[in-house]
Ligand binder design. Structure first.
Ligand code: GDP
Length: 428
């Protein structure tokens, strides 16, 4: 196994830079430049030298194999943050036998291979690094801490218990079966289905927290959509206020509302048109607005927005309240009237939905859970049909276990068989 090294901090001028080493040679390589082998888990100030040159003076921190992030022997070098300093240390490490620069994600890959993290935790870690808002950070931390692993361990245990009960029936098919396992199996399957369906429902919301909610501002031309978008963007610190819409159909502004990532869409130019090209653009803008999580409608008297209807949760506001009369939620981009109330109304609706977010966060998870639900439903139907069908039911349950195992990256069929067998023996 190679020993790998790489900077763990972003390149550039900074107070500190951290270089990580992992692998069998990590401690030896550090000792070669530090002139001694510091005690593990003790920060030691060392003068780092190579071929008679002082590279830097920094902290050295060693971790023993089996008690580190990757599971291998590791070292951290806390250097001064200059580019040349870091380069000189990397250069010195590169000249030592058995050492090479790490590939992207290689430390984490080793952590996975050594069982320090499961696959879902690695996804949580990636999300944590990408987090820009509080809700994203909290959700990523939950996944990184192993919430999906805990949930799938629970699912797995009950699935294997149900499969073992069915297997026992198959084995005793010739004899008088002492107890009817059907009620217990159905009880297990029903509870599992409730839990899996709950997660399936929450997965879409969790994906929104990761990727952002879309809120479309819709209304006829000149009603004040762009002005409202700008007013909101000016008040609520936009993460990046670049005009990301590459077409003129939809303008996007990303911002954070109550810790939730939100992309506001200005569906410019929704109107009746004769122009073919414009019509295509309008169609696209309408589709985008219809697919958004929430719509803020700015009606203009009788002039309805063609081609789109408000859903029950959507918000209707009277724009340009400084020069127009009307009731309901009134906003003015000019005077600022009603902007706080509008932001609160948007945030309230999105927060309510984000509260429904489940533990699983990715499409990959959602697909696995949907597949498992399908397998359980089939298994349940077979169990209900009676003893002659239990073999088919057991096979479906095994399929569900395999697909749920893929959530945490465990796909070892052998271990599954071992567990089923062990459980079967105990059951007997
Ligand atoms: P859009 O076509 O719906 O995006 O509308 P705009 O935001 O471009 O606004 C159309 C016109 O209405 C512009 O001349 C704005 O200056 C004006 N306008 C927008 N919002 C307000 C407002 O709150 N009060 C007043 N008095 N004028 C506004």
């Amino acid at each position: 196994m190679d020993t790998i090294y790489a900077p763990a901090t972003a390149r550039g001028k900074a107070g500190l830079a951290v270089v990580l080493l992992s692998g069998p040679q990590a401690h030896v390589a550090v000792a070669a430049i530090a002139g001694r082998l510091p005690e593990v888990r003790h920060a030691s100030l060392c003068k780092l030298t190579w071929q008679g040159q002082v590279l830097d003076v920094g902290l050295v921190l060693l971790f023993a194999a089996g008690a580190s992030y990757t599971g291998e022997a590791m070292a951290e070098l806390h250097l001064h943050g200059g580019i040349a300093t870091v380069n000189s240390v990397l250069q010195a490490l590169s000249q030592q036998p058995g050492l090479r620069m790490a590939e992207p994600g290689e430390y984490t890959r080793r952590a996975l291979e050594n069982g320090r993290l499961d696959l879902s935790q690695i996804e949580g870690l990636a999300d944590l690094i990408d987090s820009e808002t509080e809700a994203q950070r909290r959700q990523a931390m939950r996944v990184l801490s192993g919430a999906i692993g805990a949930l799938s361990a629970w699912w797995r245990r009950d699935l294997i218990r149900a499969a073992a009960l069915l297997e026992a029936t198959i084995d005793f098919a010739d004899e008088a079966v002492p107890v009817d396992v059907t009620p217990e199996v159905l009880g297990l399957l029903d509870a599992l289905l409730v839990s899996l369906r709950h997660e399936a429902d929450g997965a879409r919301m969790a994906e929104r927290i990761r990727d952002g909610f879309e809120v479309a501002i819709v209304g006829p031309p000149n009603v004040g959509k762009s002005s409202l978008l700008n007013a909101l963007a000016g008040r609520e610190a936009a993460i990046t206020s670049e005009v990301a819409g590459t077409t003129r159909d939809v303008i996007e502004v990303r911002m954070v509302l109550e810790g939730l990532p939100v992309t506001l869409l200005d569906t410019a130019g929704l109107r009746e048109t004769e122009d073919r090209v414009e019509e295509i653009g309008i169609g696209r803008a309408l589709a985008r607005a219809a697919a958004a999580d929430l719509r803020v409608f700015l009606p203009d008297g009788e002039a309805a927005v063609p081609g789109i209807v408000a859903l029950p949760d959507d918000i209707i506001v009277l724009a340009k309240s400084d020069i127009r009369t009307g009731s309901g939620l009134r906003v003015s981009s000019k005077t600022g009237e009603g902007l706080n109330e509008l932001v609160a109304a948007i945030a309230e609706r999105l927060l309510r939905r984000s509260g429904l977010a489940g533990t699983v966060t990715r499409e990959r998870h959602r697909i696995a859970i949907a597949t498992a639900i399908g397998a359980l439903e089939l298994a349940r139907a077979e169990v209900v049909k009676g003893y002659s069908r239990v073999e088919l039911a057991a096979e479906e349950l095994r399929r569900a276990v395999r697909v749920l195992d893929s959530l945490v990256g465990r796909v070892d069929v052998e271990s599954l068989l071992d567990e089923i067998f062990a459980s079967f023996c105990i059951g007997k």
